[in-house]
Ligand binder design. Structure first.
Ligand SMILES: Cc1cc2nc3c(=O)[nH]c(=O)nc-3n(C[C@H](O)[C@H](O)[C@H](O)COP(=O)(O)OP(=O)(O)OC[C@H]3O[C@@H](n4cnc5c(N)ncnc54)[C@H](O)[C@@H]3O)c2cc1C
Length: 378
């Protein structure tokens, strides 16, 4: 696996790891499970340069690099989930601007994203448009002085803490009745508000948003009218495999917990780590995680090299890694026995945190559809 990474990549991963163990662990111990992004967290991540590989050099970043995003998410997710989600959302909310934004839009928003001064989000999902994103009901109507957006968005991560959102809305016309466009909507825009904060099984800032004739200036349209769906899918092509990376990081922490618990726990006169049944579990966990890691890095390297099959590789990586990490964490809980389900233990927390990764940015079932459709494409 290490042969896929250059010495610079390995150094970067180590830098992320020492930052996470030094800074994030203390933020985690201070704030614990949260449903908003602590100011200290965003500031710390910005100062540490965690958002730099999301943004081109001209706007303060180091250039968009899927592999480096994966390496950071892998490390962060294993230590503090809200930090990982924040990195992901900074990417999801800025990459549509990187892909489709004007010079003015990029200069206005991207340097703030790098610094952590601007928290952003990506608002695609709606009550009646989950897996079927083409079924959006939010509509943008062109007015003399802008676009009026009306509709609802659901399950929007970091939606409570974010300063702006990239919002996808229908812009139907006679030529293109299914047209979807993307808009930057800033917090404080009249008619745009958090409708409801959602309480998930694990730490997460997540909300429903309401748009009620929210008037957005014309210059906040991203790209051309009708290019929103392409911008959304292009963004998922970058960020989807990074969900797999986060899953690998969570699974790795669970494996390490199991590896340190099993030799200490004595039953039937021997450490359970000496029981073949437990050894088989540990072997399966490590092997599956390694396979997942390989798929994730491979997809990221394809993305960084503009490979034509990146959509296929990203879906395979996301599908396999999130499912494998979930199985690994479940086995880590099993190895801990009753101790594994005590609230507040690391494996108990990971067991809750891993679950949404099989759902967001396309469920496992949707990844299978993407993979199978790609295979059958002529
Ligand atoms: C923690 C979390 C964070 C999220 N963050 C964001 C965010 O920041 N921005 C955003 O826009 N969205 C976000 N989402 C939304 C997420 O992308 C959707 O939840 C996801 O795409 C599934 O949509 P749904 O929940 O409406 O499920 P549904 O689409 O209703 O699916 C229900 C079930 O049916 C299955 N299913 C649906 N269609 C098919 C099919 N054709 N074939 C087989 N099975 C099918 C699904 O796989 C699933 O098991 C987030 C969700 C979660 C849980």
């Amino acid at each position: 696996m290490e042969t896929m990474l250059s010495s610079e990549d390995l150094t970067y991963r180590e830098e992320c790891r020492s930052y996470a163990l030094r800074e994030l662990a203390s933020i985690r111990d201070k704030y614990g499970e949260v449903n908003e992004v602590p100011q200290e967290l965003r500031k710390s991540m910005g100062e540490a340069g965690l958002f730099r590989y999301l943004i081109p050099r001209e706007y303060g970043g180091y250039g968009v690099c899927a592999l480096r995003i994966c390496l950071a998410r892998e490390v962060l997710a294993g230590v503090y989930c809200p930090a990982d989600v924040t990195l992901a959302m900074q990417g999801l909310g800025s990459y549509p601007i990187v892909l489709g934004g004007t010079e003015e839009q990029k200069s206005k928003y991207l340097p703030g994203v790098v610094a952590g001064d601007i928290l952003t989000t990506f608002a695609l999902t709606e009550p009646n448009a989950g897996s079927d994103v083409s079924n959006l009901e939010t509509v943008a109507v062109e007015m003399k002085d802008g676009y009026a957006l009306t509709g609802k968005k659901r399950f929007i991560s970091n939606g409570y803490s974010s300063n702006m959102a990239v919002i996808f809305a229908k812009t139907p016309s006679e030529e293109n009745p299914r047209s979807i466009s993307a808009f930057v909507v800033e917090k404080g825009t009249p008619g745009f508000e958090v409708e409801k904060r959602l309480d998930l099984m694990a730490s997460h800032d997540i909300v429903s948003l309401r748009l009620d004739s929210a008037l957005i200036p014309k210059e906040n349209l991203l790209g051309k009218i009708g290019t929103g769906f392409k911008l959304a899918m292009g963004t998922l092509d970058l960020m989807r495999m990074t969900v797999g990376a986060a899953a690998v990081g969570m699974g790795q922490t669970a494996l390490e917990e199991a590896l340190s618990y099993a030799p200490e726990r004595v039953q039937f006169g021997v450490p359970i780590a000496k029981q073949q049944g437990i050894m088989f579990k540990l072997a399966d966990m490590a092997t599956e995680l390694e396979a997942a890691r390989l798929l994730v890095y491979r997809a990221a390297i394809k993305k960084d090299n503009d490979a034509l099959d990146v959509t296929l590789a990203a879906s395979m990586a996301k599908l396999y890694a999130t499912e494998a990490a979930w199985r690994t964490i479940d086995q880590a809980v099993q190895i801990h026995g009753g101790v594994g389900v005590i609230k507040g233990s690391t494996v108990e927390r990971l067991y809750r945190e891993i679950r949404p990764l099989r759902i967001y940015e396309g469920t496992s079932e949707i990844q299978k559809l993407v993979i199978a459709r790609f295979l059958q494409k002529k």
